[in-house]
Write a protein that binds this ligand. Structure first.
Ligand SMILES: [Zn+2]
Length: 328
């Protein structure tokens, strides 16, 4: 198997694990012969083998621009190797993260166990205990694009092959796909957290609530846990903990059908998804429940600020990704 085929295989596997990747989140890349092949914006990693989702980027040109803090690094479209980009796709909004890691293979995931640590007030201290023996760095939250690139550049030391992105996720890097896969497994195992048992939804009351509305019950009990878990809704209702939440679900979580929101969590009963909701909505609802079920009542959690939320929702590259996910 070629390295690019191996990367596609790993991408599809990682992209099919809801504890690692949800919807169009996460991305992978491979640097070879001066070209960095990176997941296209708005595509789903789980489709990596079924569809062409990799975009070729001129790595040296992107690195030179990053050195200059060039605004072209926000969308990275200026660095596409158009001669190799038959499908005409745009690179991921997190392309700069991959470019900055010197290793050939980079895997970035929104691992729920990692996020459950990365949203804590004491994240860096607790992660240092858990990742003892690994060569890692903690990157405080910054908006993807140039701000996150700057935050990574500041903390990157020779040999670092793991980044934990505050209020965001995990990056692992290695010289081969097999080594990146193995490292991902070791880090995820080290960061695993105890999980609250699932409380199943009240199907009868959900059916009643849906009658005459455009809503249907969510498909999985893991998603319903957003409404049935004692902590999940209380904590997730008004706080945005990581970027993809606000991008797909908006600020907080709707708790009444009257709002016409794509996802409604009826406290103690279950979760409803609007029939017109994008395919990303249920995975995003489940992700929040999965993260919250891995926190404990005494944990002190930190959300994104109003300013963070503003900077995300008004970012042009993110708006482009949203237009793709309206149909994807
Ligand atoms: Zn990310």
């Amino acid at each position: 198997m070629t390295e690019i085929a191996a990367l596609k295989h790993l991408s599809a596997r990682v992209g099919s694990d809801p504890l690692l990747v949800q919807a169009a989140g996460g991305n992978t890349s491979l640097k070879t012969d001066g070209v960095m092949w990176i997941k296209a914006s708005g595509t789903w990693l789980r489709d990596a083998e079924a569809k062409d989702i990799l975009v070729p980027v001129n790595h040296a040109a992107l690195m030179a621009a990053l050195e200059q803090n060039d605004p072209a690094c926000e969308a990275c479209t200026d660095f596409i190797r158009t001669d190799l980009n038959a499908a005409g796709m745009r690179p991921s909004i997190e392309t700069t993260v991959h470019a900055l890691m010197p290793q050939r293979v980079v895997v970035h995931v929104h691992c729920v166990n990692t996020i459950a640590w990365a949203i804590r007030a004491d994240a860096e201290i607790r992660l240092a205990e858990k990742l003892k023996g690994f060569n890692w760095a903690f990157i405080p939250y910054a908006r993807p694009g140039l701000p996150l690139a700057g935050a990574i550049a500041k903390k990157l030391r020779p040999g670092v092959d793991i980044l934990v992105l505050g209020n965001h996720g995990l990056v692992v890097a290695a010289e081969t796909v097999a080594a990146a896969d193995a490292l991902l497994g070791r880090v995820v195992a080290a960061l695993r957290r105890p999980v609250q048992a699932l409380t199943p939804p009240d199907h009868a009351r959900l059916a009643l609530a849906c009658k005459g509305t455009g809503y249907s019950p969510a498909a999985s009990d893991e998603t319903h846990a957003l409404a049935t878990d004692s902590l999940a809704l209380a904590r997730g209702k008004n706080t945005v903990f990581y970027p993809d939440h606000v991008v797909f679900l908006g600020v907080g979580v709707a708790t009444e059908i009257a709002s016409e929101a794509p996802l409604v969590a009826l406290a103690g009963i279950g979760v409803l998804i609007h029939n017109t909701a994008k395919p990303a909505i249920e995975p995003m609802g489940r992700c929040l429940a999965d993260v919250m079920r891995r926190t404990e009542p005494q944990d002190s959690l930190v959300g994104l600020t109003d300013q963070d939320v503003d900077r995300l929702t008004n970012w042009d590259a993110e708006k482009y990704r949203q237009t793709l996910n309206a149909t994807a």
